[in-house]
Design a protein around this ligand. Structure first.
Ligand code: AMO
Length: 441
C-alpha cells in the first residue's frame, strides 16, 4: 500500500482539536483511546513490532506499532509530523508511564531526509550550522528550554518592576541623532533625511521621568560595534529603567533585588529546568558587594596588572577581577571621563562619577548611574565630550520643564540570560543573532 493514504489532505481534521499532550497522559488513561500529535523523534524496528517516540511541546511519548501499520510506517522519515490514534496501555519502558498501542497513523507533514542538522543533539553540529537552521535547532530540548526560560525571565522582570510602581514604555528605535554619542551607530536613509537605529533609549527614558517618574523599557537596540566576541551582538535586548528622585545607590538596591529575586525564584520553582544548566544551585546570592573602581585598581596591582587612575578596565584586567569576584559584584564610582555625558559627577570629587556597572565575573551585565539634571552643566558636558549641544536641542529643552533629579540603568538582557543558562556564547541565548558576519536567517 502506498503511503499516500496516510498523508493528510485536510489539516482541519477534528481529531487535531481533540489531541492530548504527551505529558498529560498517565496511568488513569489506560484503556482510553486518545489522539496524540508530534514529531517523530525515534523509530525502533524490531521486525514484528516497532516502537516510536513522538515529541510535542510538553514532552515525549512512546507508541507501539505492529502489522500493516508497522510496514507502512517504515517509509516515514524522522522528524516528520504525525498524528496517532490508539489505546493507552501499561508499558515496561523505564522512561514512560504508559504507551499508546497505535491503531492509526496520519502523516501530517513529511520532513526531508537528511535534515541539515540532527535536532536530537545526538550528532553535534557547529554553532554556525545550527544558527543556519535555527528553527530546527530549537527542536533540541536543551536549546528550546533556554528560550522558554528566557520568556519566563522577561515575565518575572515585568512583574518585579510593575510591583515597584514602574510604568512600561516604548520609545522610538528610528531616531534623528545619537543617544550615546560615539561612532557605533547604524545610519540609513529615512525619506530625505539621515536617520539612525537607536543604541539605547537613554534620552527618552530620562525625559519621561518628568511626567511618569518611574519608567522601564524592554527592547532591542543596535550597535555598529565591529567587535566579534562571545558577548557582543549588533542587535541586543536591554532592560532599561529610569526613576525620578532616586540616587544611584537606590538604583543599585533595585538591581540587586531584581537579580536576587529572579535567580532565587528560578532555582526554587524551576528546579527541573535549571538542572539542565546547572548541577546544583551554583549561583547563591543574598547581597551584591559594591567595590569602588579605585579598590579594583588596588586589587589589580596586587595581581601585577598595573592600571593608572582613568584607565578603562581592559579585558585582561576584568578577567583577573573575575577570578577574585567570580559571582555578581558592582564596580562603583568610575572616573568621570570614562562615563557618558549624562552621568553626574561627585560634588566634592569631580573626577569621580555617581555611576556603577554590575559584573558577573568578567562579564558586564548592567551599567547605570545618577544623571546630570542641570541643563547648563549638561550642555557643558556635551561640549567636553566633543558633542554638539545643537544636535541635542530637543532633549535639552525638556530639562527646562521641571526635570527631576533622576537615575537609572541598562541591563544587557542577553548577557543576563547567558548567566541564567550557564552559556558561554551570547549566540546561544538569542534566537536569530546579528553580528558582524551574520545577517541571516
Ligand atoms: P551600556 O552601553 O553600558 O549603557 O549598555 C548597557 C548594557 O547593555 C549590554 N550591551 C550589550 N550586549 C550585547 N551586545 C552589545 N553590543 C552590547 N552593548 C551593551 C551590556 C551593558 O552593560 N544608556 C546606558 C545605560 C544607562 O546608563 O542607563 C547604556 O546603554 O550588558
Amino acid at each position: 500500500m502506498s503511503l499516500k493514504f496516510l498523508e493528510s489532505e485536510n489539516m482541519q481534521n477534528e481529531n487535531i482539536m481533540n489531541r492530548t499532550f504527551a505529558s498529560f497522559v498517565n496511568k488513569e488513561n489506560i484503556g482510553q483511546n486518545l489522539t496524540l500529535i508530534g514529531w517523530l523523534e525515534d523509530f525502533r524496528d524490531m521486525g514484528k513490532i516497532g516502537f516510536i517516540t513522538l515529541r510535542d511541546m510538553t514532552g515525549n511519548f512512546q507508541g507501539v506499532l505492529a502489522g500493516e501499520i508497522l510496514s507502512n510506517f517504515r517509509e516515514i522519515p524522522r522528524q516528520s509530523v504525525i498524528m496517532v490514534i490508539g489505546s493507552i496501555q501499561d508499558t515496561r519502558a523505564a522512561s514512560f508511564q504508559t504507551e499508546v498501542k497505535v491503531q492509526s497513523v496520519k502523516l501530517l507533514s513529511r520532513a526531508v531526509n537528511p535534515l541539515p542538522i540532527d535536532p536530537t543533539g545526538r550528532v553535534k553540529s557547529s554553532m554556525d550550522k545550527r544558527l543556519d537552521s535555527r528553527a530546527l535547532d530549537l527542536r533540541d530540548h536543551h536549546i528550546s528550554s533556554i528560550f522558554k526560560i528566557r520568556s519566563l525571565v522577561l515575565n518575572l522582570i515585568r512583574n518585579f518592576l510593575c510591583s515597584r510602581m514602574f510604568v512600561e514604555v516604548n520609545t522610538p528605535k528610528i531616531i534623528g541623532s545619537a543617544t550615546e554619542g560615539g561612532a557605533d551607530l547604524f545610519g540609513f536613509e529615512y525619506f530625505s533625511k539621515k536617520a539612525y537605529l537607536a543604541q539605547s533609549p537613554q534620552l527618552y527614558k530620562e525625559q519621561l521621568t518628568l511626567a511618569l517618574e518611574r519608567v522601564f523599557e524592554i527592547s532591542s537596540y543596535f550597535r555598529a560595534e565591529p567587535s566579534h566576541t562571545v558577548r557582543h551582538l549588533s542587535e541586543f535586548v536591554s532592560v532599561d529603567l529610569e526613576a525620578a528622585f532616586l540616587d544611584y545607590g537606590e538604583i543599585m538596591d533595585i538591581v540587586q533585588d531584581l537579580v536576587i529575586s529572579i535567580i532565587n525564584d528560578l532555582f526554587a520553582h524551576r528546579e527541573k529546568d535549571m538542572a539542565l544548566f546547572y548541577n546544583k544551585q551554583e549561583i547563591k546570592i543574598d547581597r551584591i558587594p559594591r567595590i569602588s573602581y579605585e579598590k579594583c585598581l588596588e586589587d589589580l596591582k596586587g595581581l601585577s596588572e598595573k592600571l593608572e587612575f582613568g584607565d578603562d578596565l581592559s579585558d585582561p584586567a576584568l578577567k583577573k577581577l573575575g577570578e577574585i569576584y567570580p559571582s555578581f559584584y558592582f564596580i562603583v564610582d568610575w572616573p568621570t571621563k570614562l562615563k557618558p555625558f549624562y552621568i553626574l559627577e561627585h560634588e566634592k570629587k569631580s573626577e569621580l562619577s555617581r555611576s556603577f556597572d554590575l559584573q558577573y565575573g568578567n562579564l558586564e551585565i548592567v551599567s547605570g548611574g545618577t544623571r546630570e539634571h542641570d541643563v547648563q552643566r549638561l550642555r557643558n558636558k556635551l561640549v567636553e565630550k566633543g558633542l554638539d549641544p545643537k544636535s541635542f536641542s530637543d532633549h535639552l529643552q525638556t530639562f527646562e520643564w521641571g526635570m527631576p533629579p533622576h537615575s537609572g540603568f541598562g541591563l544587557g538582557f542577553d548577557r543576563f540570560m547567558m548567566i541564567i543558562t550557564n552559556s558561554t556564547n551570547i549566540r546561544e541565548v538569542v534566537l536569530y543573532p546579528r553580528d558582524t558576519d551574520r545577517l541571516t536567517p
